[in-house]
Design a protein around this ligand. Structure first.
Ligand SMILES: Cc1cc2nc3c(=O)[nH]c(=O)nc-3n(C[C@H](O)[C@H](O)[C@H](O)COP(=O)(O)OP(=O)(O)OC[C@H]3O[C@@H](n4cnc5c(N)ncnc54)[C@H](O)[C@@H]3O)c2cc1C
Length: 436
């Protein structure tokens, strides 16, 4: 028998569990730990609430989750409730699938001013992550500035630009819906250090911005390279750049007063955020490309910015006694191996890149390595050992059936037309799970 602990119940965690079942069938027991009482990581708290078809992927993990050989052990944070060495003493292999939940820092003056957020907190706020439910961003200023040229920046821009009616069918939490309804934001500036050919935005998400009820996306025609140069791009990127070209087209006219103007400001590097009580302006330096790198030109300008959201990437949270790669912001590893018996997978292994599906081959690859290393198992106590320790420590963990009760209660609490109203406080989740 092999006893495997997976830390983190996001896509990487569940795909790894699926791979373990494929590899060993009846001869494995997998416990999937998560800090939260609810599973699925960023599928619940990252993926945009108005992209329900993508969130629906979590249903596919249920086949794995409901197998007797796999357990969800929620509301247990590794590194706080249990140390890594305690876990390693109980399981043949410990696989960290903890993602990358911390925002990378901008490293500029003013980034700690009120109403300057990283995307982890801002997205967590509208998606109801308990750590960010009380963020309470002020949406009372005319202009918001979003820093970054990836899909997360697009998610944030779309959420800020949408009308209330366009949230129908989404599971955006009510506190965010109410705040967005009262929002005064009418101009959203998306800053990118490099140009249109260097964006990391996918065509579907960019195209969507062009079809919103009141968003008016705009690109400066002068920022676009000559159209003939698009031929060098791979097809997806060419399509994305095609959307940017349509946002710059001469037939676009002016945005109407009741629209929300979404401006793409390319070749623009943030230098400082300025304000007294809270963010008021952002100072930006014009850049130019040197090869693929953005170089400052020395020319600066300011944009009003009552809200700043930096969508510039994430880092893994450190866990005591686990070697960390500071440069790349993830666990130090060799193709997923950290040290004997300790592994990492998903964003905790490779950093915040790729789609949900990218984590599947990652999960299968790590189980191959674990299989090479642990053979028939090393005779550790596994599940019963953890249960004994949990009882001794008074750790009251959540099972998958508890999550199913929380799920049911969230669905029952949904606003009209919404799939669920999420609990945003851990205590409320636990209370829902305790109901008979
Ligand atoms: C804003 C945003 C939107 C996205 N939208 C899309 C999209 O539309 N389509 C797409 O394909 N991909 C999208 N992605 C990417 C996708 O979410 C990731 O590829 C995927 O979630 C990474 O999976 P993971 O399992 O490595 O990490 P995560 O999903 O972050 O899961 C990590 C889990 O580990 C838990 N955890 C962390 N530390 C501990 C600890 N010490 N002890 C116990 N548990 C712990 C966390 O609570 C969490 O549940 C998006 C990402 C973001 C940030």
């Amino acid at each position: 028998m092999r006893h495997i602990a997976i830390v983190g119940s996001g896509p990487a965690g569940y795909y790894t569990a699926e791979a373990a079942l494929k590899q060993w069938g009846e001869d494995v027991r997998v416990d999937i730990f998560d800090t939260l009482p609810v599973p699925f990581g960023l599928i619940r708290s990252g993926v945009a609430p108005d992209h329900q078809s993508i969130k629906g992927v979590s249903r596919r993990y249920e086949a794995t989750a409901l197998t007797d050989n796999v357990r969800f052990v929620g509301n247990v944070m590794i590194g706080r409730d249990l140390t890594i060495s305690e876990l390693q003493a109980l399981y043949d292999a410990v696989i960290l699938a903890t993602g990358a939940p911390n925002d990378r820092k901008l490293g500029i003056e003013g980034e700690n001013l009120p109403n300057v957020f990283g995307s982890a907190s801002f997205v967590g706020w509208y998606n109801g992550h308990p750590d960010f439910a009380d963020l309470d961003p002020a949406l009372s200023h005319d202009t918001a500035v979003i820093i970054g040229n990836g899909n997360v920046a697009l998610d944030v821009a779309r959420i800020l630009a949408k009308s209330q009616a366009e949230f129908a069918g989404s599971d955006i939490v009510s506190h965010a819906l109410t705040a967005l309804d009262a929002s005064k934001i009418r101009r959203i500036v998306i800053l990118g250090r490099r140009g249109p050919h260097q964006i990391a935005m996918t065509p579907k998400e960019l195209g969507e911005l062009g079809h919103l009820e009141r968003a008016c996306p705009r690109v400066e025609a002068a920022d676009l390279p000559d159209e003939s140069e698009d031929a060098t791009l791979e097809p997806g990127q060419r399509k994305s750049v095609g959307h940017l070209r349509s946002f710059a087209g001469t037939d676009q006219g002016e945005c109407k007063p009741d629209q929300v103007r979404v401006e793409f400001d390319f070749f623009a590097s943030p230098k400082a955020i300025i304000g007294t009580e809270r963010a008021e302006e952002i100072e930006v330096e014009r850049t130019r490309l040197d090869g693929d790198k953005a170089i400052g030109t020395g020319e600066t300008y300011r944009i009003p910015a009552g809200l700043v959201v930096a969508c510039i990437g994430y880092q893994t949270s450190k866990i005591p006694d686990v070697p960390f790669d500071e440069r790349n912001g993830r666990f130090a590893n060799e193709e997923g191996r950290i040290s004997p018996g300790l592994y990492c997978v998903g964003w905790a292994r490779r950093g915040p890149t790729g789609t949900i599906g990218t984590n599947r081959p990652d999960g299968f690859a790590i189980i191959e390595k674990v299989a090479e290393d642990i053979g028939e198992g090393t005779g550790k106590a596994g599940r019963p050992g953890f249960d004994a320790l949990a009882a001794q420590r008074g750790i009251n963990y959540m099972k998958f059936t508890d999550w199913q009760k929380i799920d049911e209660a969230e669905v029952a609490n949904a606003r009209d037309g919404s799939p669920r109203e999420k609990f945003v406080a851990v205590e409320k989740m636990i209370a829902a799970a305790s109901k008979p």
